[in-house]
Design a protein around this ligand. Structure first.
Ligand code: NI
Length: 466
């Protein structure tokens, strides 16, 4: 009996000792863990990267993008923000940049008053398109510096986006550059690298973040100024409405094959027409200028010259310009026999069709010399002009410019010749000032068909609005 009681007591005391021991073990464990943590923290402050810092103070969320903020006070003031994204590809890129900057800061920092801060913002542009913008602010021994970065990406694919991804055509980057030169009065070189600049995009503007070495400040462009070059899916209803009110904006660039919208037709329209080419030197120069200015024109080519330089005609056609006929050999059709006149027209038509695949639906008789009988035989619209630049006579860019600008009106058809270097020299200034005056460049075909009907045998000069 007694033996059993002893055994029981012994068992209880063993359990008691075991419990005490376990409790003590737990306390020791906790102490060790805390010590471990503090060592880790010490270590982290000295060496770890932000991806390993997990002391979250605050979280901010924009759509599917969250941020975590970390504030540390040792060895200097450090405030970090880093993105928390499902897509590791994007967040690791950003974190790496911050890590590198932080590591550099730690090497340079000597005082407790030094500071390293990261400020970060996100914006959701559309669907999965997000921008993350951040700024690294440093203060080392009282010397302050600030660097901005931006990432715009498709959150779903993890793909970083280029600015040209938002444009209807990648070459509209050039249009944007020229627009910015006009807006900022900075030289064109300043915007040379715009396609590679980091940028962020919000519902109403795009911001570019040039590198410090690029000698350019951070700048923004309201989307309402550039709707003409943005892919339609990126133009919200709000921005499209704003664009109607904005005076200073990129004018719509229109395609030869696309009919004018009512909004475009209500603008001042002008058709630049170039006769007597193609010329292997000057026509090529002109095509380069038209391409750079994103401007469309009409070429009244001579059949014999087109046959000689078919590749230039094809190039002009492929770039969206209208190819019309100026007859085969530049004869005065009123002064030759009907058979000769007919041959002049037919041969040119056939030559152009062979090159472009399209019979020219507009003809300009040499010297503008024509009559009702001839008009009826052209099987094309008979296009004359209301503004004669007299470029062949003056051969002076200033005189050409002055003549055109003093006579141009809404709906004008301007006569120029792409075979004179002096005409080519006058063209950029004419185009620039007409654009500034609110003119929209169109082909002859677009001008006519947007305001009246294009009919074979009918004679056209200026096409005034209604
Ligand atoms: Ni001519």
């Amino acid at each position: 009996m007694k033996k059993r009681v002893y055994l029981m007591l012994l068992l209880i005391s063993v359990l008691f000792v075991a419990m005490i021991g376990f409790k003590h073990y737990q306390v020791v464990q906790k102490r060790q863990r805390l010590k471990q943590e503090s060592i880790q923290r010490e270590k982290m402050l000295k060496t770890k990267t932000i991806a390993e810092i997990k002391k979250t103070i605050q979280t901010e969320t924009v759509g599917a993008v969250s941020f975590q903020e970390v504030i540390l006070t040792q060895p200097a003031k450090i405030g970090l923000v880093f993105p928390v994204l499902e897509n590791q590809k994007i967040s690791s890129q950003i974190n790496q940049k911050i890590d590198t900057a932080l590591a550099a800061f730690k090497t340079k920092s000597k005082q407790k008053t030094d500071a390293f801060y990261v400020v970060m913002k996100a914006s959701r542009f559309k669907d999965n398109v997000y921008s993350i913008y951040y700024e690294i602010q440093e203060d080392i021994s009282g010397e302050k510096s600030k660097i901005s970065y931006a990432y715009t990406f498709d959150l779903k694919s993890g793909q970083l986006l280029n600015w040209s991804d938002f444009l209807i055509k990648p070459e509209y980057i050039e249009t944007l550059k020229r627009f910015l030169v006009g807006q900022t009065l900075k030289p064109q070189e300043s915007f040379e690298k715009i396609e590679t600049l980091p940028f962020s995009i919000t519902s109403d503007k795009v911001m570019f973040y040039p590198l410090a070495s690029e000698n350019l400040d951070v700048f923004s462009i309201p989307l309402s100024q550039i709707t003409a070059i943005l892919k339609p899916e990126y133009v919200s209803e709000k921005v499209a409405t704003e664009a109607l009110q904005v005076q200073n904006k990129i004018m719509p660039i229109i395609d030869r094959n696309v009919p004018l919208t009512p909004e475009m037709s209500s603008k001042k329209l002008v058709a630049l027409t170039f006769d007597d080419g193609p010329n292997p030197v000057t026509t090529r120069q002109l095509l380069g200028i038209l391409k750079q200015e994103q401007t469309i024109a009409t070429f009244f080519v001579l059949g014999e010259r087109a046959a000689q330089y078919p590749e230039i005609v094809k190039e002009a056609y492929d770039e969206g310009h209208q190819i019309a006929s100026h007859t085969m050999n530049h004869r005065n059709l009123v002064k030759v026999s009907r058979e000769v006149a007919q041959a002049e027209i037919n041969q040119a038509g056939a030559t152009i069709t062979n090159i472009t695949g399209k019979y020219p639906n507009a003809v300009r008789p040499p010297y503008g010399a024509t009559n009702d009988q001839l008009n009826a035989s052209y099987q094309a619209a008979v296009v004359l002009w209301d503004v004669d630049s007299l470029d062949w006579q003056s051969k002076n860019p200033d005189a050409i410019y002055t003549k055109v600008m003093s006579e141009v009106q809404d709906g004008s058809i301007i006569l120029l010749h792409d075979i004179h270097p002096t005409t080519i020299s006058a063209v950029p200034r004419i185009m620039n000032d007409l654009k500034q005056a609110g003119y929209q460049f169109v082909t002859v075909e677009q001008l006519i068909s947007s305001r009246t009907t294009l009919e074979n045998g009918r004679q056209y000069r200026r096409i005034s609005p209604n």
